[in-house]
Design a protein around this ligand. Structure first.
Ligand code: NDP
Length: 240
């Protein structure tokens, strides 16, 4: 029977590419999004994948949203924690709300969503959780103490939960994208982006599909021996 997958922030950018790759591979897919109804509606029309609106930073909203998805689509076997935001600024100018929103949306969401699906995965002795980190969580980035801290936290979260899930058939991994051509990166000033691309050995930004490919590998039934790891997909920009 087809596995069921939930991709948070699945209606745009990297999340959309992950949804499409999973659907093409035979998964039943549900996407989540935060507030952009127009983008979500267009996504569903394009892909035929249902989109569910709830704030991944809100524990109770996530619990309700995931309950709805499980009733409509089925028990979640695969969770891709992809939703993320940036609120950049150097530390000496950063407001507490910029810090908190980024921590809650990028990192708190991993706890909220994993917490809502973990009991079912444990009962069924199968689960795949992939958390989308970032090159900037691995290497740091000027103007992003909030984002780098949240993404770096994802990598620790991944390793700890991998240890808890291992005996129950649940793998937990992270994918750390480099710079990928999405709305998030299009918001970077052109002169800064030019300098970023000059530092990418393959000479281009990533495509959302480059990241989707890595996720598809990690969530496969056959990837049961891969857990607690981070797969960097960054065109060689940063090598661990
Ligand atoms: P986009 O900004 O293109 O899309 C973000 C998605 O997340 C949208 O679907 C958005 O929904 C959703 N979202 C945002 N906040 C919330 C929320 N509170 N609750 C639910 N959904 C929410 O992002 P990208 O595709 O560029 O990034 C995807 C992931 O990859 C992020 O975690 C990002 O940090 C990470 N990443 C991206 C890189 C890049 O270069 N693009 C590099 C490294 C990591 P809505 O449309 O409703 O706003």
């Amino acid at each position: 029977m087809a596995r069921t997958a939930l991709v948070t922030g699945g209606t745009r950018g990297i999340g959309e590419a992950i949804c499409i790759a999973l659907k093409d591979a035979g998964y039943q897919v549900a996407a989540n999004y935060g507030g952009n109804d127009q983008a979500a509606q267009a996504f569903t029309e394009r892909t035929g994948i249902p989109a569910y609106k709830f704030d991944v930073a809100d524990f109770d909203a996530v619990a309700d949203g995931i309950k709805r998805i499980e009733q409509d689509v089925g028990p979640i076997d695969v969770l891709v924690n992809n939703a993320g935001i940036t609120r950049d600024g150097t530390l000496h100018k950063m407001r507490p709300d910029q810090w908190q929103q980024v921590i809650d949306t990028n990192l708190g969401s991993c706890f909220n969503c994993a917490r809502a699906v973990i009991d079912g995965m444990r009962e069924r002795s199968f689960g795949r959780i992939v958390n989308i980190g970032s090159i900037n969580g691995q290497a740091g980035q000027y103007g992003q103490v909030n984002y780098a801290a949240a993404k770096s936290g994802i990598h620790g979260f991944t390793k700890a939960l991998a240890q808890e899930g291992a005996a129950k058939g649940i793998t937990v991994n992270a994918v750390a994208p480099g710079y990928v051509d999405t709305d998030m990166v299009r918001a970077v000033p052109a002169n800064v982006l030019e300098k970023i691309i000059a530092r990418i050995p393959v000479g281009r930004l990533g495509k959302p599909e480059d990241i989707a490919r890595a996720v598809l590998f990690l969530v496969a039934d056959e990837a049961s021996f891969v857990t607690g790891t981070t797969l960097s997909v960054n065109g060689g920009q940063h090598m661990y």
